[in-house]
Design a protein around this ligand. Structure first.
Ligand code: ADP
Length: 159
């Protein structure tokens, strides 16, 4: 079984994440989208809310599973029997960051490979923090989040 984990905050999911996940899903028997929880971080949306959105967006792809975890990504991969970590690359800054994380992860668990997907050019400037900023100031985010979901102000946990 080829199992991959796509770890991230998805606070909230964007069309950039969606594109990477849809393009990568056919490569694996199972693709687990795993919301990483970091006690130090403040999130705009609850884990339950983020999970709900992810499940809805990918309800048409049977080999996708949505989960959450606390701790090291490689430990979570081991627990789930995953040999691949999936990440997206937008810019050279992403590359530099991901390279060090990926190389350290490889040191921790040699049998886990990180696989990178290039973002589509129209998604290069997009990230969840821009979407949060727009939401904070009541901007319209429809073009930046997947078609299947609608984000409302009432869903915000931390402004
Ligand atoms: P993290 O907090 O771990 O960076 P994110 O939810 O921001 O979590 O991102 C998860 C993954 O999705 C990362 O690999 C990131 O590079 C990728 N990603 C984020 N935004 C985009 C985008 N606009 N296009 C392609 N990939 C993206």
């Amino acid at each position: 079984m080829k199992i991959a984990v796509f770890p991230g905050s998805f606070d909230p999911i964007t069309v950039g994440h969606e594109s990477i996940i849809r393009r990568a899903a056919p490569l694996f028997d199972r693709l687990i989208i795993a919301i990483g929880y970091n006690a130090e971080k403040r999130y705009m949306f609850t884990v339950e809310q983020r999970k709900k959105w992810l499940s809805k967006v990918f309800d048409d792809i049977p080999n996708i599973e949505v989960d959450s975890f606390e701790g090291l990504t490689v430990d979570y991969c081991k627990k789930r029997g995953a040999s691949y970590i999936l990440r997206g690359l937008r810019t050279s800054a992403d590359f530099e960051f991901e390279r060090s994380v990926g190389q350290v992860n490889k040191k921790l668990h040699d049998h886990i490979e990180t696989i990178f997907f290039l973002s589509e050019p129209q998604h290069t400037a997009l990230n969840s923090s821009i979407v949060r900023e727009l939401l904070r100031y009541k901007g319209n985010v429809d073009q930046f989040v997947p078609n299947k979901i609608k984000i409302t102000h009432e869903q915000i946990k931390n402004k």
